[in-house]
Design a protein around this ligand. Sequence first.
Ligand SMILES: Cc1cc2nc3c(=O)[nH]c(=O)nc-3n(C[C@H](O)[C@H](O)[C@H](O)COP(=O)(O)OP(=O)(O)OC[C@H]3O[C@@H](n4cnc5c(N)ncnc54)[C@H](O)[C@@H]3O)c2cc1C
Length: 238
Amino acid sequence: MSRRSFWAWGLEQDEPTGQQVREAAARLSQRYGVEVEPVMPPRAEDLRLRAPRISPPSALAAICSSDDHDRAVHTYGRSFRDRIRAFNLQFPNPPDIVARPTIEDEVIAVLDWCSSSGHAAIPYGGGSSTVAGFEPPDGYDGIVTIDLSALDQVLEVDDISRAARIQAGAYGPGLEAQLRPHGFTLRHYPQSFEYSSLGGWIATKRVRWHNGAESHHIGRFVEAVRMCTPRACGSRGE
Ligand SMILES: Cc1cc2nc3c(=O)[nH]c(=O)nc-3n(C[C@H](O)[C@H](O)[C@H](O)COP(=O)(O)OP(=O)(O)OC[C@H]3O[C@@H](n4cnc5c(N)ncnc54)[C@H](O)[C@@H]3O)c2cc1C
C-alpha cells in the first residue's frame, strides 16, 4: 500500500508528477499572463530530520517506528501553513517515535512509558487537524506520537438499539464499510472524511459537517467514550 504523503493531502501515489507540475505552471502562466516557475515537490529522500533522541523499551519496539518519513508525516496537520512547512522540508521538532498500538493494553503501556520517562505523548488519528492539534510541543527531551490507526475495528453492533462500539482509529471509509453489512451508517461526513478518524472527530468535539441547510454534529451520535489517560494508566480511566 502507498504511504501517506508527508507534504500533500492523501497518499504518495496521489502526489503530482514533475510533468503535471510543469503543465500546471504553464497553464497558470498562460491564464494570468505572468511567468510561473514550476517548483518540484520535495521527495522523501530529501528529508533530514533530527535523529531520534529516545528509544522505546524492548517490549514496545515492535509497534514503534523512528523512520524519518513516518516522523515527518506525524509532525504537522493539514493547514496551509503546515503544508508549506512540510513542502519546504522544515521539520525542526518532529516526534522521536511514532507508536502504533494494536490493542488497548499497548496504548496503556505506551502511556506508562511516557509518564515514567517524562516524554510527551501525543494522540494522532488521521492527521487532518488544521490547528496544530498534534504538533509536538517544545520543551520535551522525548516526544512520542501515538497513531491510533491500527485500532480501527467496529467491535460490536446492536441491531435493536442501533448502537455500535467502535475503536478510535477507524477512518471514515473503513468505519462505514464495517457498518454497511449491518445495514447501518454513522452518517457523519466531514470534508476530511477520507483521512480523519472517529477518535479525532470526538476529541476535537465540535466536528460538524453541512448538508445543504442541515448541520450535523458528531456529539449527537456519541453515547459513551472509553478513554485511557497517562494519569489513569493501570487503573484505566473510563
Ligand atoms: C481537507 C480538510 C477538511 C476538513 N473538513 C472538516 C469538516 O468538514 N468539519 C470539521 O469540523 N472539521 C474539518 N476538518 C478538520 C479536521 O478534519 C477535524 O478536526 C477532525 O476531527 C480531525 O480528526 P483526525 O482523526 O484527523 O484527528 P487528528 O488531526 O489526528 O487530531 C486532532 C486532535 O485530536 C487529538 N486526537 C486524535 N485522535 C485522538 C484520540 N483517539 N484520542 C484522544 N485524542 C485524539 C489529537 O491529539 C489532536 O489534538 C477538515 C480538515 C481538513 C484538512
